[in-house]
Design a binder for this molecule. Structure first.
Ligand SMILES: [Fe+2]
Ligand SMILES: [Fe+2]
Length: 303
């Protein structure tokens, strides 16, 4: 089905929804640590019945910190990707140039936004939380793949922010208003990015040989596996942060259950939500129908 996206409409929408970092965090807009930050569908800590309600909230907030850090990290490779695609055709269609430069500028703003939230978090949370990285190494690894493969991975990331926003609205939990606002405002701009990236990916795929397309999907798989490795490491960091923040030393079986829930929640948040997103899969199918079938076959392990 034709999506009907155009750089002109995307540019119009982007100009309409524009917001400032100061409108969302800072000043009297503080994180409320009495409330959970992440929708339960993403955090997935509610079933850990050996935790008290306060401990569940703290673990949820640790997942919130990881979310801020993870998006800060991925935006670091999306920014150069967007800049490169604007630069390759600066004399081309005016709407295209402006829409892609706007995309880059918004991602730079999002990096700033996630940093501000992390500062607020560090100010209000009981103990420091570790995060995987460094971002420069991740950026280098991801951008070493074929541009089409990177574009497909980024398209996956753009669409998952829609899922995250919808879950934050649907969720019956009383979430922290600032975190809820972050998910909403991020999506308001990512909504344009997902469309721009659909167009960029389609442009690249249109001129690509079968071999290049096969390579792109291999690369998408490699970037996904790299993120999954990072997630495994991060679940250990989150468990350590939980023990530090609560002062509770978990026994072997409780620790195993906690790590299992963290891994499952992170896999769904960052991988499953993209691998099952109908718009993402629609673009994949247009490029290579077998790749869609493959992604769908693998998705249950991340859902
Ligand atoms: Fe973003
Ligand atoms: Fe984006």
């Amino acid at each position: 089905m034709d999506h009907g996206y155009s750089y002109r409409n995307i540019l119009d929408a982007s100009e309409r929804v524009h917001w400032r970092v100061e409108d969302i965090i800072g000043g009297d807009k503080r994180l409320d640590f009495a409330k959970p930050f992440m929708p339960e569908s993403l955090a997935q800590v509610g079933d850990l019945d050996f935790l008290t309600a306060d401990e569940k909230r703290i673990l949820n907030q640790i997942r919130g910190h990881e979310y801020l850090a993870m998006f800060g990290l991925v935006e670091e490779f999306i920014l150069p990707y967007a800049v490169d695609h604007a630069r390759e055709n600066l004399n081309g269609d005016d709407h295209r140039v402006r829409a892609i430069l706007g995309f880059a500028s918004e991602e730079a703003k999002h990096i700033h936004l996630f940093k501000q939230f992390r500062r607020e978090f560090a100010d209000g949370f009981a103990s420091p939380c570790e995060f995987i990285g460094p971002a420069e190494d991740v950026q280098k690894f991801v951008l070493s793949h074929s541009p089409l493969g990177v574009g497909i991975a980024i398209l996956h990331i753009e669409w998952i922010t829609l899922r995250h926003y919808i879950d934050s609205v649907r969720d019956s939990q009383d979430l922290d208003p600032q975190f809820k606002s972050l998910l909403k405002h991020h999506w308001m701009e990512e909504s344009q990015h997902s469309k721009i990236d659909t167009l960029i990916v389609e442009e690249m795929a249109a001129g690509a040989s079968d071999a290049k397309i096969d390579l792109a999907f291999e690369d998408y798989g490699k970037i996904g596996a790299f993120i999954d490795e990072g997630i495994k490491q991060q679940s250990e960091f989150n468990a350590a942060a939980f023990e530090a923040a609560t002062g509770r030393k978990l026994g072997a079986s409780a620790r195993e259950a906690l790590l299992g829930a963290l891994l499952k929640g992170m896999r769904w948040t960052y991988l499953g939500t993209g691998m099952t997103h109908p718009n993402f899969l629609g673009t994949v199918e247009k490029i290579k129908p077998e790749a869609r079938a493959q992604i769908e076959a693998m998705a249950p392990a991340f859902c």
